[in-house]
Every structure is written in C-alpha cells, then in structure tokens.
Design a protein around this ligand. Structure first.
Ligand code: ZN
Length: 91
C-alpha cells in the first residue's frame, strides 16, 4: 500500500491527508497549516513537521481521510547515528 503524509485530528482520531483533505489549508504563516475537521469541527493549526507518514489504500487516500483500521502508522525513521553529531562519544 502506498504511503502518504497526513495529520491526525486529535479529537476524532481521523487522519487527514495533505493535498486531498479539504480540511487542510495553508495559513499565511510559512510552514503552518490549518486543520478544519469536517467530522468533529475541530480547528487547529499545525506545523508541517507534525505530519506523519501513513500507509493507506489508494481508494481511502482519495477520500481525503482515513479512520481507525483504514491506515497503518509508519514509525518515523530514527536519526542515523552516523549522520548525527556523535563523534564526541567515541573519544
Ligand atoms: Zn476531527
């Protein structure tokens, strides 16, 4: 199944997909989005870093949102030790 970036509505736990959900809009602030959940009327702003990858079927993605059981959370890849600033640990 393909992976898409989305943001979870904390109130009703539905995942909204960026670019597909009508509930997600850019705000005038760079890097900030506004979520207007059409299911529970929750409104909040979030940073694009708060979006997470979810694995969903294409037909679910196309509806713009997914509810529990329709998606799989992809664990964020931990930072590679090699690329982080760990050189000092080896001294
Ligand atoms: Zn909601």
């Amino acid at each position: 199944m393909p992976i898409h970036m989305g943001i979870m509505c904390e109130r009703c736990q539905k995942i909204h997909f960026i670019g597909m959900s009508r509930g997600i809009k850019l705000t005038p602030t760079v890097g900030m989005y506004a979520l207007n959940c059409q299911f529970c009327s929750e409104t909040r702003e979030f940073r694009k870093e708060m979006m997470r990858p979810y694995r969903v079927r294409d037909d679910v993605f196309r509806t713009g949102f997914a509810q529990e059981g329709e998606y799989e959370v992809i664990p964020m890849t931990p930072k590679q030790p090699r690329t982080s600033n760990n050189a000092e640990d080896r001294r």
